[in-house]
Design a protein. Structure first.
Length: 362
C-alpha cells in the first residue's frame, strides 16, 4: 500500500515537472513575440509578419509579465519557429496593432529563456545613418538627429521591418523630446506600418526603435525614417572647462524580409563638438564680419571672408528658435520673423559667434 502511494506520488511529481517544462515552451509571455525570453523592440519585427493572423484566444488575457497558458496556433514564424500565438500579446485571438502595447508595457522584462545575446546582426549592407544638424552645440541647445536608411547608390530592398538602438550619451544630453517624429512618407502610409520607440531615462543611454510593415508589403529605396530632438545639458559650461567631443551611434541593427531572413544593413553615426559658453564669441565691431542691415527687414546678409560658416540660428530672448538652417547662402530670410530683438548664432567648426540685432516693425 505504502509503495502504491509512493508510485502515485512520483507520477504526480513527474506530471507537475512536465507541465512546468511544457509551460516554458508553450506558454506565452505577453510582449515576447519571438519567444526568446525578453520583450523588446526586436519583437516588433515578427509582430509585423503575423499581422491579420487568428487563432485560439487565451483564457487569461492579462498582459502582465508572467507565463500564460495558450493553445498553439497553426502558423509559425519561418526562421524563429515560434507559433503565431506569441504574436497575440493581448491574448484575444487576433494579431493586430493592439498587440504592440504589451511590448512597451513589459519592455526589458526577461524570463528563463533569455540568454543575454544581442539580437542585432550588424552585417554590412545599405546604410542606416544618424546625422546631426550642426557641427557645434552649446549649453541647453537642441540637437536634431535625422535617421535615414539607404541611399540612391545603395537602396534597401525587400525590407519588412527594422529594429535598432541609438546611443545618445547621457553625459551630455539631459532630455529627449517626445513624441519622436517618424517620417511615414518613406515607410508608410500610416495604415501599413507600425512604429515603436522607447527611451528609458536614467536606465540606459539608448533610445530603441523599430518599425514593421503590417500589410505584407516591403520597403524599397531610400529616405528619412525619423528625427529625434535632444537637449544638451544646460550646465555643460559648469561641468566641463574644455570643448567636448560628442558622438552619436546606431547599435544592434536588425532588418528582416518577408521570410524573416536577416537583411544586411550598415550603421553610421555622426559627431559634433560641444562648446562651453565661454567659447561663444560676441561679434562687436569687426570689419571682416558682414551681418547687416541692423535693424533688419526682410533679408539679413551674413558673410565672412575667411571663416567657414556651417549653420545659422535666429533665437529670441526667451530661447525660442525662429530660424535654424545650414549656411548655404549669405541671405538669411527674416520676412516671417516678428519684430523684436534677436540673437544671431553663427556656427563654425570650432566656434559659435553671436550678434544681437533688431527686427524693424512692419
Ligand atoms: Ca523577444
Ligand atoms: Ca491580439
Amino acid at each position: 500500500m505504502k509503495f502504491k502511494f509512493f508510485i502515485l506520488g512520483l507520477l504526480f511529481w513527474a506530471t507537475c515537472q512536465l507541465q512546468a517544462q511544457d509551460c516554458s515552451n508553450f506558454c506565452v509571455w505577453p510582449g515576447d513575440v519571438n519567444n526568446n525570453g525578453i520583450a523588446n523592440h526586436y519583437d516588433i519585427l515578427p509582430l509585423g509578419l503575423a499581422q491579420g493572423a487568428t487563432g485560439p484566444f487565451r483564457s487569461d488575457e492579462n498582459v502582465d509579465w508572467s507565463e500564460k497558458e495558450a493553445a498553439d496556433w497553426s502558423d509559425s514564424f519561418p526562421v524563429n519557429g515560434a507559433t503565431y500565438k506569441h504574436a497575440d500579446s493581448n491574448g484575444d485571438g487576433f494579431v493586430d496593432e493592439f498587440d504592440i502595447f504589451p511590448i512597451g508595457d513589459n519592455f526589458g522584462e526577461i524570463n528563463d529563456l533569455y540568454t543575454g545575446a544581442s539580437e542585432g546582426n550588424n552585417i554590412e549592407g545599405p546604410d542606416l545613418t544618424a546625422t546631426l544638424d550642426m557641427t557645434t552645440y552649446t549649453d541647453g541647445q537642441t540637437i536634431t538627429v535625422t535617421i535615414s536608411l539607404g541611399s540612391e547608390d545603395n537602396p534597401v530592398s525587400g525590407l519588412t521591418g527594422l529594429a535598432f538602438s541609438l546611443d545618445i550619451d547621457t553625459t551630455y544630453i539631459q532630455q529627449v523630446i517626445e513624441p519622436i517624429t517618424w517620417n511615414l512618407g518613406f515607410i508608410g502610409p500610416a495604415s501599413t506600418v507600425m512604429t515603436f520607440d522607447k527611451w528609458e531615462p536614467g536606465i540606459s543611454d539608448r533610445i530603441h526603435f523599430a518599425f514593421a510593415k503590417t500589410d505584407g508589403s516591403t520597403i524599397e529605396g531610400f529616405g528619412e525614417l525619423l528625427t529625434v530632438e535632444l537637449i544638451v545639458i544646460d550646465d555643460l559650461s559648469l561641468r566641463f572647462a574644455e570643448p567636448q567631443d560628442y558622438q552619436i551611434q546606431i547599435l544592434d541593427v536588425l532588418g528582416i524580409d518577408m521570410d524573416e531572413t536577416d537583411l544586411q544593413i550598415t550603421s553610421r553615426g555622426d559627431e559634433a563638438t560641444l562648446l562651453t559658453t565661454t567659447s561663444v564669441k560676441e561679434i562687436n565691431w569687426n570689419k571682416e564680419w558682414i551681418i547687416a542691415p541692423n535693424p533688419v527687414e526682410n533679408i539679413l546678409t551674413i558673410s565672412h571672408p575667411n571663416e567657414k560658416l556651417n549653420h545659422v540660428e535666429v533665437v529670441d530672448f526667451l530661447g525660442k528658435v525662429w530660424y535654424s538652417e545650414p549656411y548655404s547662402s549669405s541671405d538669411i530670410p527674416f520676412g516671417n520673423i516678428p519684430p523684436g530683438m534677436y540673437v544671431i548664432l553663427i556656427h563654425t567648426s570650432n566656434q559659435i559667434y553671436s550678434k544681437t540685432l533688431f527686427k524693424r516693425p512692419f
